[in-house]
Design a protein around this ligand. Structure first.
Ligand code: DHA
Length: 126
């Protein structure tokens, strides 16, 4: 049976989805965007801050599921502008041990929900 993961440390969903779903040992997170979970407000405008907010939401989701970033197998990063690749990598990379970092893809897309600049989802396993 699947278990819905829900934490106040990540923003409430803005559509018909959950923050994450756990099935057995596998965790599937929704794409996280720069909404401050405490205020519910979008915090875009600074890509370092946006990326940090996204990664902190993922951290809260992993914690709620009894996991850490070490459990992440795969990440998907969607960006509005590949010019931000280096900055996003710097923040994203600070959450992982490079030797055991997950598989990943980074894709520039035409648009993202709420016109954010970065959205990240992860798949993790216990
Ligand atoms: C923000 C999202 N994860 C969504 O709209 O699907």
């Amino acid at each position: 049976m699947k278990k819905i993961i829900s934490t106040k440390g990540a923003p409430s969903p803005i559509g018909p989805y959950n923050q994450a779903v756990l099935k057995g040992n596998m965790l599937y997170s929704s794409g996280q965007i720069a909404i401050n979970p405490e205020t519910g407000k979008l915090e875009t405008g600074n890509i370092e801050h946006e990326t940090t907010l996204v990664m902190e939401s993922i951290k809260a989701i992993l914690t709620e599921a009894g996991m850490t970033f070490e459990n992440v197998l795969k990440a998907s990063i969607f960006v509005s502008d590949m010019e931000n690749f280096g900055t996003i990598n710097k923040i994203y990379g600070s959450y992982f041990n490079e030797a055991t970092a997950p598989a990943r893809e980074t894709v520039e897309v035409a648009n993202l929900p709420k016109y954010v600049n970065v959205e990240i989802s992860v798949i993790a396993s216990l």
